[in-house]
Design a protein around this ligand. Structure first.
Ligand code: NOJ
Length: 765
């Protein structure tokens, strides 16, 4: 129970000594009137005026939490600074740290914050940051999977719950959302974003920022500041190799990689993280054009820019800075306000300022941004507002949160294929052999980049299926194979189980260590031992449903590709097994769509639907000589962006564009009819694509401009209605200015980026 008044609450949380110290602290006195207005900046300036240059350098220094369970150090054993808790407490006391990240638990945060506001000279509170990528203790589907819901309200809801749980454990600032577009599935970090498409990524960026930050202002105890990352084009790494060089044109940056960041900033994201990669020769962390000219001067962002983990230190390895001092200067002057984990700013900024190489005004500006963020988060008013061990216990993993996790997981599962309506399976009357390394056991459920949730708290497939089926004993589970190693006798046991069953459910794919940070793959296939298992089980001739577990789009081959039914089930989090069972047995109908294209072969990567036509296009279909087409793969995705079946049967017809003319200031209304001629209710995601047929800059073959989720009962029809405005047809002209050119546009309303659906041509006057 929280005591009611804020004074007694503070006393309760901090202990009387701390209250006295805080109440009389210089920072507190100056912040007393803080309300985010012009007066507030005066107060900040007054505080800054009292700071030594070392204290200023401390404010712009962010370090991984040193206490037990401090996840960041565990994640990166090469971290240059692995301070002990005692050393870190001492740094806090001396004002040499402005914030810590990825610590675990409110109690240790409470001790550290008490040190900051009681013992440091100016008593400036720390900020606590963390990677809360897809849920906190309640784990939601990996963000890429959740983007497949095409449902921003869902994404906002899960982000909100993540914030409620994380803030209860003391976290003020979240290193999410990742808004990097990922068009190469070899890159393992695609799991954290919203996939290959600009519009979907923008919409999800907006939703996630709103969810994390909430609607009651950042000072709300359950609001955490968002951080749009990684600025910029981190997902465009050459060869899909994480951290690799990026060399994309300014046009591609502005048309593809920047818009999700702009959406995050429009949604008031408080902070941005610079990316590890270089951009055409200049590392993002030291890229003045990117971090200052674009971000500050063009977009007028005045929030905080933080480096990625040791990003400034890595300027030396990039061959861009000779040493730590130069790296500090380059990153800081380019626009990185706060340095994560290298300790470089603390070590070198005081001297750089004293020597005149870095103006004090720039240091003051960066410090002001850190302090302003702390002020907006309400930390000057109550440094313990998010540190409350009792709330931490009661607010996490509540039944309501787990129910949302189950719903989100159901809405993230994509039905790729369903021959002869094998799915949904009957809940009784059939025996099922559940086979594969992901069939049972609490491994590989929550997925990569989950610092605070655990597999041990998640529900596996076998448990979920037995809970949902009418007859739990009708389901037997056999591993059959490890993820990348065979099991002795495994295939024989699996084949015997398949032979004895009516239906096979085969759970195969990637372990959670195969995607995520630093987990790039050259060949995005299911490992050979699992393919051998799939082949042997399929040879029994039993009807087979494949459940894929994966952190990226995969190149599906052999018995997996040929199975009668395939569900993309990604990493779905805490309620993984329950949600998958709900879909398998038809308690819920699949409604998600692919946020990234599944290739036929790994060598097609990067593969994305919004590519250019080329001068020798070879549309999907047979290969034509001297046209753009691989010798050894179809010219298409096996399952394209936007693809996803339902348990209904949706037929598109009757596109109507009225006059088919869009005037300069006007709108064009387009309608189409969707009929469900199947036997089950279905939620269809109708997608509107446009192609600008001829323009002064070549345009993609299709671009998603809008989508709508519509639920249609069997035998019923629904009209979908879209409105197109001129702004939606803008692109950057040869002078890099936004332009829209009169002419003809093809428009589709279709169930995927590769499907015809219904289409027509309109004219922009
Ligand atoms: C490195 C990752 O690139 C970044 O996304 C993350 O926020 C930091 N480490 C901190 O854990």
């Amino acid at each position: 129970m929280r005591p009611p008044s804020s004074v007694s609450r503070r006393a309760w949380l901090m202990g009387a000594g701390a209250v006295v110290a805080w109440a009389s602290s210089p920072a507190r006195a100056l912040m007393a009137q803080m309300d985010g207005s012009a007066a507030a900046s005066t107060d900040l300036n007054a505080l800054i005026a009292r700071m030594t240059v070392e204290e200023k350098a401390g404010q712009v220094t962010l370090m991984a939490a040193a206490w037990a369970g401090g996840a960041a150090n565990a994640l990166n054993p090469t971290s240059p600074s692995r301070a002990s808790f005692r050393q870190q407490m001492d740094d806090v006391r001396r004002g040499h740290v402005g914030g810590v990240f990825n610590g675990n638990g409110a109690e240790m945060a409470r001790q550290m914050q008490t040190m900051a506001v009681e013992k440091s000279r100016l008593k400036i509170p720390l900020i606590f940051a963390a990677d809360v990528i897809h849920g906190f203790r309640t784990v939601f589907p990996m963000p890429l999977a959740e983007a497949g819901s095409f449902d921003p309200e869902l994404a906002e809801r899960t982000a909100r719950i993540a914030a409620i749980e994380a803030t209860a454990a003391g976290i003020d600032w979240n290193f999410a959302p990742m808004v990097d577009i990922a068009r190469d599935q070899r890159w393992g970090r695609g799991i954290e974003g919203a996939g290959e498409d600009v519009l979907l990524s923008r919409i999800m960026a907006d939703a996630r920022v709103r969810g994390f930050q909430g609607h009651a202002g950042l000072a709300a105890p359950d609001a955490m500041a968002a951080c749009a990352k990684h600025f910029a084009a981190y997902g465009a790494a050459e060869g899909g190799l994480d951290y690799n060089s990026v060399d994309v044109s300014e046009r591609t940056l502005r048309e593809v990689y920047f818009p999700p960041f702009q959406a995050a900033l429009d949604a008031q994201a408080a902070t941005i993280m610079a990316s590890f990669n270089e951009l055409s020769g200049v590392p993002a962390t030291a890229n003045h054009w990117l971090l200052s000219d674009v971000l500050r001067d063009e977009w007028h962002f005045d929030g905080l820019v933080v480096s990625d983990y040791t990003g400034d230190m890595e300027l030396i390895a990039h061959g861009f800075a000779a040493d730590a001092r130069e790296a500090t200067k380059l990153a800081f002057l380019a626009g990185v306000d706060m340095s994560m984990q290298s300790g470089f700013y603390m070590e070198h900024l005081p001297d750089l300022v004293k020597s005149g190489e870095v103006p004090m005004a720039r240091l003051d500006q960066a410090v002001r941004r850190v302090l302003a963020l702390k002020a907006k988060l309400g930390l000057f008013d109550d440094p313990f507002r998010r540190i409350d061990p009792s709330r931490e216990k009661t607010l996490v993993r509540t039944p309501a949160h787990l129910e949302v996790a189950r719903d989100a997981a159901r809405r993230s599962i994509v039905l790729l294929k369903n021959e002869d309506d094998l799915l949904p399976l009957p809940r009784q009357g059939k025996t099922i052999a559940l086979i594969g390394p992901f069939a049972q056991g609490q491994r590989d459920l929550v997925g990569p980049w989950n610092v605070y949730g655990t597999d041990a708290d998640a529900i596996d497939l076998l448990t979920g299926m037995r809970a949902v089926a009418a007859d739990p004993d009708a389901i037997v589970a056999v591993d059959g194979s490890g993820v990348d190693k065979p099991i002795r006798g495994g295939i024989e046991a699996a084949v015997a189980a398949a032979q004895a069953a009516d239906i096979v459910v085969l759970a195969v794919g990637e372990s959670q260590t195969m995607s995520g940070e630093a987990q790039s793959r050259t060949d995005i296939v299911i490992p050979a031992p699992q393919m051998a298992l799939a082949g042997a089980v399929a040879a029994t001739g039993k009807p087979m449903v494949v459940l894929l577990r994966h952190g990226r789009a995969l190149a599906l081959h052999g018995a997996v590709k040929d199975a009668q039914a395939i569900l993309a089930t990604w990493f779905l989090g805490s309620m993984s097994g329950m949600a998958t069972a709900d879909i398998l047995f038809g308690l819920a109908s699949p409604s998600a769509r692919l946020p990234c294209s599944f290739p036929y072969e790994s060598g097609q990567e990067p593969l994305y639907y919004a590519h250019k036509n080329t001068g020798r296009p070879n549309p999907p279909g047979p290969r034509v000589a001297y046209k753009a087409h691989y010798r050894d793969a179809p010219n298409a995705a096996l399952y394209p962006f936007g693809h996803g079946l339902t348990y209904g049967e949706i037929v598109y017809s009757a596109i109507d564009m009225g006059t088919g003319r869009l005037s300069a200031g006007g709108e064009l209304t387009v309608t189409a009819t969707l009929r469900n001629s199947g036997r089950h209710e279905a939620t269809e995601v109708a997608q509107l694509y446009v192609q600008d047929i001829t323009a002064s800059i070549t345009r993609p073959v299709r671009e998603l401009k809008a989508f709508q989720r519509v639920t249609i009962k069997p035998g019923e029809s629904r009209e979908v209605r879209f409105t197109i405005r001129r702004e939606e047809l803008l692109f950057l002209g040869q002078d890099m200015q936004p332009t829209v050119e009169p002419g003809k546009f093809r428009l589709w309303i279709a169930p995927s980026a590769q499907a015809e659906g219904v289409s027509d041509i309109f004219t922009l006057a």
